[in-house]
Design a protein around this ligand. Structure first.
Ligand SMILES: *[C@@H]1O[C@H](CO)[C@@H](O)[C@H](O)[C@H]1NC(C)=O
Ligand SMILES: *[C@@H]1O[C@H](CO)[C@@H](O)[C@H](O)[C@H]1NC(C)=O
Ligand SMILES: *[C@@H]1O[C@H](CO)[C@@H](O)[C@H](O)[C@H]1NC(C)=O
Ligand SMILES: *[C@@H]1O[C@H](CO)[C@@H](O)[C@H](O)[C@H]1NC(C)=O
Ligand SMILES: [Fe+2]
Length: 480
C-alpha cells in the first residue's frame, strides 16, 4: 500500500515544489515621484557649453567588434567646425589624432546642428585616454577608459537603462547610475521622446544629448533603438524611419557584418552583446534574421562566456502596457535564444521593472496545443528595464494573477547593473531611484549558461586549483 500511495502523492508533491520555486513577487512599493513632465528648456540640466560653436551633446560608443575603438560624436551649432579628435594617454598631451565626418539633417521645419562622428581606433586595452574636440578657446576635453582584452574571466560592470526621456525622474535615474561605478551602459531603446512634441521637435533631441553628456562623454553607451526612434511622419513629409537617431547615434555595425546601424554585435571584456531592432524586419529571410543566424554562430563562449541580447520590446512581460507586442519576435527568435543558451535578454518599452525565471515556449506551434511557457534551464532570463523615467509615466497595471514565469515586478523608476565577475558568476541588481539613496531592490547571482553546465564545471576544475565544487550550493537560493 505504502509505495502505491507514494506513486499517487509524489506528482502532487513535485507540482507543489515547482509552484513554490516559481512563485513570483509583485512588489507593493509605491515610490514617491516627481510629475512625469519634461524638464523645462532653460533648466541647468540642458545648459549649453560656454564658447562660440563649442562642441555639445558629446557621446561615445564602442567603435569595433572587440573594444579597441570608440566612435566619438558631438554637435556644433553655429558652423561646422572641425571633425577632428585629438587624443592621447596623458592629460593635456594629445599626440594622436583622428579625422571624423559631418552630418546634418532637417525634420519638417527643424534644422539640426552639425553632427560629428569620429572613429578612434587601434587603442590599447585597459587604458585611460584623454580626448579634445572643438576649435580654439571653445575646445573641450574628456576622457574614457578602454575595456580589458577579450577574456573569459575579464570582470566588467555594465549598467542597463531604458526609456529614459528627459524628466526629473530621468535625471534621477542617470545620477543614480553614475554612482554605481558602471563602465558601459547597455541602453535598451527610447532615448529622447522628442516625437511626443509637435512636429517631433528636434530641439528635444538636442536637450537630451546635453542631459546625458555627463555619462555618455566618458563611457560608451551601447545603443538599441526603440519605437520613439521610428519617427515616421508622412503627414509632415517625413517618409523615412529613424531619421534623427541614424544621424545622431552611430554604431559599429559594419564590424559585425551587419547591413544596418539598428542591429549589430560587440564583444567587450567577457561579454558578447547582440543588439536587435524590434522595429525593423526580422522574420525569416530578412537581413536582420540572416545576420542574427550568422552572428550566433560567431559567438565563442570559450572567449566571451556571457551572451547578452538587447531589444526594445520585451518578449516576456506581464504588464498590461504593450502586452504581447514582443510576441512576433518571440515566435521567430526564441528557439535560437534557447539553442545558443543566451544568458539574459534585456528590454525596455514597458515603463516598469520585471524579471522572469528561465522559461521558454518553444514547444508551442499552432498545432501542438502546448501553448504555455515552461521552465527551461537552457532559456535566457528576460528582464524589462523600461523604467528610466520618461514623460509618459509608469506602467503600473500588471496582469493579475502574476504568471508563473514572472519572478519579480515593480512599477518604479530605476536602472540595473550587471557585474560580470568571471566566466561562471555575475552579480545583477535593479535599483529603484529612492530619493537620493542607492537601494538594490532586486538582486540575483547569475550562473553562466555555458560554463555553469556540469561537464564544463568539471573541466574548469582541472584548471582552477582553488575551485570549490560546492560553491553553487551556497548560492542556491539566489542563483539562477
Ligand atoms: C547642412 O549644412 C549645410 C551648410 O550649412 C547646408 O547648406 C545644408 O543645407 C544642410 N543640409 C541639411 C540637410 O540640412
Ligand atoms: C565579416 O566578413 C568578412 C568578410 O567575409 C570577414 O573577413 C570578417 O571576419 C567578418 N567579421 C566578423 C566579425 O565575423
Ligand atoms: C508541432 O508540435 C507537435 C507536438 O510537439 C509536433 O508533433 C509537430 O511536428 C509540430 N509541427 C511542426 C510543423 O513543427
Ligand atoms: C567567480 O566569481 C565568484 C563570485 O565572485 C566566486 O565565488 C568564484 O570563486 C569565482 N570563480 C572562479 C573560477 O574564479
Ligand atoms: Fe517604447
Amino acid at each position: 500500500m505504502g509505495s502505491k500511495w507514494l506513486l499517487v502523492i509524489l506528482p502532487l508533491i513535485l507540482t507543489y515544489i515547482v509552484e513554490i520555486a516559481l512563485g513570483g513577487k509583485t512588489s507593493s512599493f509605491v515610490r514617491s515621484q516627481w510629475p512625469s513632465t519634461d524638464i523645462p528648456l532653460d533648466n541647468q540640466a540642458f545648459v549649453e557649453p560656454d564658447g562660440y560653436n563649442a562642441p555639445q551633446q558629446v557621446h561615445i560608443t564602442q567603435g569595433d567588434y572587440d573594444g579597441k575603438a570608440v566612435i566619438i560624436s558631438w554637435v556644433t551649432t553655429s558652423e561646422p567646425g572641425s571633425s577632428e579628435v585629438l587624443y592621447g594617454t596623458k592629460e593635456n598631451e594629445y599626440n594622436l589624432k583622428s579625422q571624423g565626418e559631418l552630418k546634418n539633417y532637417t525634420f519638417f521645419n527643424y534644422k539640426s546642428g552639425y553632427i560629428h562622428h569620429c572613429l578612434v581606433s587601434d587603442l590599447e586595452y585597459n587604458t585611460k585616454y584623454f580626448y579634445k574636440i572643438g576649435d580654439g578657446d571653445s575646445a573641450r576635453e574628456f576622457w574614457f577608459q578602454t575595456p580589458p582584452e577579450i577574456d573569459p574571466d575579464a570582470p566588467y560592470k555594465f549598467g542597463i537603462i531604458g526609456d529614459l526621456g528627459q524628466t526629473y525622474n530621468s535625471l534621477s535615474t542617470l545620477q543614480h547610475y553614475m554612482q554605481t561605478g558602471g563602465q558601459t551602459v547597455l541602453f535598451v531603446g527610447d532615448l529622447s521622446y522628442a516625437d511626443n512634441y509637435k512636429h517631433n521637435d528636434g530641439i528635444r533631441w538636442d536637450t537630451w544629448g546635453r542631459l546625458v553628456e555627463p555619462s555618455c562623454a566618458y563611457q560608451p553607451w551601447i545603443w538599441t533603438s526603440g519605437n520613439h526612434e521610428i519617427e515616421y511622419r508622412p503627414d509632415l513629409g517625413e517618409m523615412s524611419t529613424h531619421k534623427a537617431f541614424l544621424h545622431r547615434y552611430a554604431t559599429p555595425h559594419i564590424a559585425s557584418n551587419s547591413s544596418s546601424t539598428l542591429w549589430y554585435a560587440v564583444r567587450r571584456a567577457s561579454a558578447h552583446i547582440i543588439v536587435l531592432s524590434s522595429y525593423s524586419p526580422f522574420v525569416k529571410y530578412t537581413p536582420q534574421w540572416l545576420w542574427l543566424r550568422d552572428e550566433l554562430k560567431r559567438v565563442d563562449r570559450e572567449k566571451t562566456p556571457w551572451l547578452i541580447v538587447l531589444m526594445h520590446a520585451p518578449i516576456y512581460n506581464s504588464n498590461e502596457a504593450h502586452y504581447m507586442e514582443g510576441e512576433s519576435m518571440r515566435a521567430v527568435f526564441e528557439s535560437w535564444f534557447v539553442q545558443y543558451k543566451v544568458d539574459i535578454v534585456f528590454s525596455g518599452h514597458v515603463h516598469a521593472y520585471e524579471r522572469s525565471y528561465r522559461i521558454s515556449n518553444i514547444n508551442y506551434n499552432i498545432t501542438s496545443g502546448n501553448q504555455y511557457p515552461v521552465p527551461d534551464k537552457s532559456a535566457p532570463v528576460y528582464i524589462t528595464v523600461g523604467d528610466g523615467g520618461n514623460q509618459e509615466g509608469l506602467a503600473s497595471m500588471f496582469c493579475d494573477p502574476q504568471p508563473d514565469y514572472s519572478a519579480f515586478r515593480e512599477a518604479s523608476y530605476g536602472h540595473s547593473t550587471l557585474e560580470l565577475k568571471n566566466r561562471t558568476h555575475a552579480l545583477y541588481q535593479w535599483n529603484r531611484n529612492d530619493d537620493g539613496k542607492h537601494v538594490p531592490t532586486d538582486f540575483v547571482v547569475f550562473r553562466n549558461q555555458y560554463w555553469g553546465s556540469s561537464t564544463r564545471r568539471r573541466r574548469l576544475k582541472k584548471y582552477h586549483h582553488r575551485w570549490n565544487p560546492n560553491m553553487f550550493a551556497s548560492f542556491e537560493d539566489i542563483l539562477i
